[in-house]
Design a binder for this molecule. Structure first.
Ligand SMILES: [Zn+2]
Length: 197
């Protein structure tokens, strides 16, 4: 079965990126037309909850709309950086700039404070923007501070999801073997059969 041509509802998205910043990137599939699982702010709220980021309810539609724009902009930057990383190219300067700005803004949502054994980050806000702030900080750490990051992109048709390959021999090619892996094998199998007919 082909992956549906409509966006996958957030509740049904599998989180296979190995890092929630990549799972955020994978809420958009760059097909034609693009399929965006974050169709509204409630989708982002549900996504954040599934990703383990607590968000308090809000009652301001204006700030909700701005929050959706911000997380989509962060997602665009993450996708551009991930795509260039996979391709072994330098990242587009505007994406680096966007992530810098987003990571700098994240300080409004966190403070360093004591924790057992030393010091750590504490979230000081719980609104939607603070979820985006947290993701921006984590994305900067993932891309800029992680050495030897085995970032890959699924080879499945109409997929292109990003993931961290943690397989021992670095041979992972699919977002999931059960999904794109099997489908691609089935497609090859059908093509072989047709060729032999
Ligand atoms: Zn895939």
């Amino acid at each position: 079965m082909e992956r549906a041509r409509t966006p996958t509802p957030v509740e049904e998205l599998t989180q296979i990126g190995g890092h929630r910043c990549l799972d955020l990137a994978n809420t958009l599939v760059a097909a034609e037309p693009p399929r965006d699982s974050l169709t509204g702010i409630e989708d982002f709220r549900a996504w954040a909850s599934r990703a383990g980021i607590a968000v308090e309810p809000s009652s301001d539609p204006g700030s909700d709309a701005a929050a959706l724009r911000r997380v989509r902009a962060l997602r665009d930057a993450i996708r551009a950086i991930a795509a260039s990383t996979v391709a072994g190219r330098p990242c587009p300067p505007e994406a680096a700039e966007a992530l810098t700005e987003a990571a700098a803004r994240s300080f409004r949502s966190r403070r360093l404070g004591p924790k057992p054994g030393g010091i750590g980050w504490h979230r000081v806000r719980r609104d939607l923007d603070s979820a985006t702030d947290l993701l921006a900080m984590e994305a900067a750490a993932l891309f800029a501070d992680a050495d030897g990051l085995r970032l890959k992109r699924c080879s499945g048709a109409h997929c292109g999801w990003f993931f961290i390959d943690r397989s021992r021999n670095g041979s992972r090619r699919w977002c999931s073997m059960a999904d794109c892996g099997n489908r691609t094998k089935a497609r090859r199998h059908r093509a072989r059969q047709r060729a032999e007919e």
